[in-house]
Design a binder for this molecule. Structure first.
Ligand code: 13P
Ligand code: SF4
Length: 346
């Protein structure tokens, strides 16, 4: 178990981690982007870590890929490339630096390794998992393939490499409808998000056989909560992630992937919006949408929140948390992800 206090003590033998006005000043441009969400006394503690990570990134020839659900000090403080899971996967393919630090969860780090196997991929906390990735099962895929001969298996990107390798194609929430529609036949098997599968089924002409489980963050939303919020905020907009149950999506004005939600807000700039998703995302985009009043029901992903500045510094310092994928899985898993990317391009 990572003890931040002990780790900091050990790291302070190597780096100057004492808060100071100079260090705050040196990171002020980054603080400006998170000032609405991070109190200055917290940033004063983050600044020395951020500066130490800056220097180590150069030393190790590393880039940090930061998911939209990262805490603001990670997202705006140290990430070189930010985005949703599709954007980060596309970016990982093109990384030229020697080392990729995945500021996200384990399946994202595996995806980076699968797409760019020559690089050293580090995850600051290997226990940063995902309830969907845990719910994916090879036995269930096998049983469903037997029950629905000829049906393509579409796996969500939130899966271990072994599941990707056993699937015909991968998808993310940004392209799930497009990928399902591109499959031959009228039936597809979709794993491991039952809610995404149900939401996609409603938007395609296909019969979608769901498998797996649900996201512990998005399944907590309930339609009556959204209705109550609307009543209290007349005229406000509700946007939801498609990992939410279909009856929640029904209550939204727009449902889309993380990048699609951000794009929708950028384009429409409503006066106020309720973001029915993981709540770090709202904190991360608030700076560029100052005129939009964002309400975020505080559903944090416990896995994403495991990634901290201390752990990023520790993993870059010791080059620990290397993610490996069994060599025999790399090619078939990559095939599933590349097929998704090709469908997106078409
Ligand atoms: P995105 O594909 O929207 O980044 O979602 C990943 C995820 O884990 C959402 O819960
Ligand atoms: Fe997995 Fe849900 Fe966390 Fe995303 S928010 S990583 S789907 S548990």
């Amino acid at each position: 178990m990572f003890d931040a206090g002990t780790a900091l003590l050990a790291l302070s033998d190597h780096y100057d981690l004492t808060p100071s006005a100079d260090k705050f000043e040196a990171t002020r441009d980054r603080y400006a982007r998170v000032a609405h969400a991070v109190p200055p006394e917290d940033w004063a503690r983050h600044a020395p870590l951020i500066l130490a990570i800056d220097a180590l990134k150069v030393q190790r020839n590393a880039v940090i890929l930061g998911h939209s659900y990262m805490p603001p000090e990670v997202y705006h403080g140290v990430s070189d490339i930010v985005g949703d899971s599709l954007q980060l996967a596309l970016a990982a393919r093109d990384v030229e630096a020697e080392v990729i630090v995945q500021a996200g969860v384990h399946f994202m780090a595996e995806t980076s390794k699968v797409l760019n196997p020559g690089k050293t991929v580090l995850i600051p906390d290997a226990s940063a998992g995902c309830s969907l990735a845990e719910a994916a099962s090879l036995a269930e895929i096998e049983a469903l393939r037997a029950a629905h001969p000829g049906a393509a298996v579409v796996c969500y990107v939130n899966t271990p490499a072994a599941i990707k390798a056993a699937s015909d194609v991968c998808c993310t929430s940004a392209n799930a409808v497009q990928v399902v529609e591109a499959m031959p036949g009228d039936t597809v098997i979709m794993t491991p998000d039952r809610h995404l599968a149900a939401n996609v089924a409603r938007e395609t002409g296909k019969r979608v056989i769901p498998a797996g489980g649900a996201c512990i963050v998005h399944e907590r939303f309930a339609p009556e909560d959204l209705r109550a919020w609307r009543e209290a905020n007349p005229g406000a907009t509700v946007i939801a992630h498609p990992e939410c149950p279909p009856d929640v999506v029904d209550e939204a004005d727009f449902a889309g992937s993380t990048a699609a939600m951000i794009g929708w807000l950028r384009a429409r700039r409503p006066q106020s919006a309720l973001l029915v998703t993981e709540c770090s995302m709202a904190a991360n985009i608030a700076a560029e949408l100052p005129e939009v009043s964002l309400t975020r029901p505080c559903n944090l992903c416990p896995h994403m929140q495991k990634i901290t500045l201390e752990k990023i510094l520790a993993c870059l310092h010791g080059m620990t948390g290397e993610v490996s994928v069994a060599p025999d899985l790399i090619a078939p898993a990559r095939r599933a992800v590349e097929r998704m990317i090709e469908i997106g391009r078409a």
